[in-house]
Design a protein around this ligand. Sequence first.
Ligand code: NAP
Length: 474
Amino acid sequence: MSVEQHSSTNSKLGSVSNPLRVAVFGAGPAGFYAVEELLKQDGRTIAVDLFDRLPTPYGLVRGGVAPDHQKIKAVIRQYEKTAARPGFRFFGNVTFGMDFSLEEVLAHYHQVLFTTGAESDRRMGIPGEDLPGSYPATIFVGWYNGHPDYRDLQFDLSNAERVAVVGNGNVAMDVTRVLARSVDELAKTDIADYALEVLRHSTVKEIYLLGRRGPAQAAFTNPEIRELAELQGADLVVRPEELELDEVNREFLTLHASEQTHQRNVDILVAQIAKGEGTQPRKIRARFFVSPVEVLGKDGVEGLRLEKNRLIKDQNGVFKAQGAGVYEEIPCQFVFRSIGYKGHRLPGVPFDERNGIIPNRDGRVIDPATNAPLPRLYVAGWIKRGPSGVIGTNKPDAAATVQAMLEDADHYPASDGLATDFNAVIALLTQKQVRVVTFDGWKRIDQVEIAAGKKRSKPREKLTTIAELLAAAD
Ligand code: NAP
């Protein structure tokens, strides 16, 4: 670890008496927006250490955003500006609860903010869900994005003709697009090299995109569904009868008339009817009002059994899918369930299993037994509110939590209870033989990846193992 670099970053603060010391765990968008909000405060000196379990920062911007959506990744430039602010230090390759316990963290910082996101997935809860070939989209996304946790997975698409993607959110759009896009297009992105090779040999001809409700209720946004409709090499094929709007669907659209996304999604899909089967080699078959009830197969996925649904409005006014007792089977060799993310429990921190979040009130972590705030512990981003919204949604969300942190900080002297100085945390992690990656270390990784990408006309060639990343950081 570059102790010198870390020490010098905060040398300016060393002369300021009693800066508020904050630890942030999770260097994705919510983490960076919170750091920015903390460090731009006038009239208060704040020092922020941002930790991530990976040697690399940026969370889902690096490991989740689809490789063919490079423009979205430009937000990193904003995070780089935040990282250049006085008072900022990055500690990559440090795992909360393993390298650094809650007790130790609280001994070094006045306040602790968790922005660990939603790294696991929701389950369909149907027979056959764990057959080989049936996976959460989260790991497929991590795999094609070169995430170290998933880079060793094997997805043999060279013997598969059909894939089913369950869910109608933007992650389902990403997965469908990556499966349907031409390899020539993907080769210009920062997709992991091994994933590009697998996709080069893909024999997938049909991708079923399965929505349990209708086109009007789909969670995908207009640009994303339009992008599928405009893909080169693949046709977006719809069934006219599944786009017909009954009375309940019309009521839904009337009630949601102010959110134009719904009507526009319907219009984009209806415009596909005239194109029929189209002429491209691959077909994306968008199906609506169908729920998987069983993944079929003996030693691996062979198909999906679907139940047809109708849309109902229940007594609480919620528009829901209700099984109609009519079934069909579709053949497929892979199933990617893309039905939402869930947070992970962090050691020593309360967790709401049902919602997959850390229980909180306005960003203050609460004890679920008493509902009372747990002093000095905060949350922001998906681990606070669940997996919703786009990257920018995390900015006001993080700002609201920081507001609560600052209000609370007014009520206790900033020097209270901390027997350590700025660099004690470095000494502790060194003593524990944790190989911390600093922001300068990350910049070295960045340069190596960009240089390797240049040779292949890609924005970057990601290093995908922890060993490679640490070697580049050094
Ligand atoms: P999401 O938007 O919440 O979509 C989840 C989908 O899964 C919904 O269509 C939902 O249907 C369906 N679903 C849930 N449980 C199901 C079940 N048991 N069976 C069948 N379908 C089920 O989640 P996401 O796609 O994971 O995206 C997470 C967030 O990241 C979203 O806010 C998304 O917009 C954002 N994101 C944005 C982009 C982008 O901007 N390009 C890219 C990726 C992700 P119901 O509606 O019927 O519940």
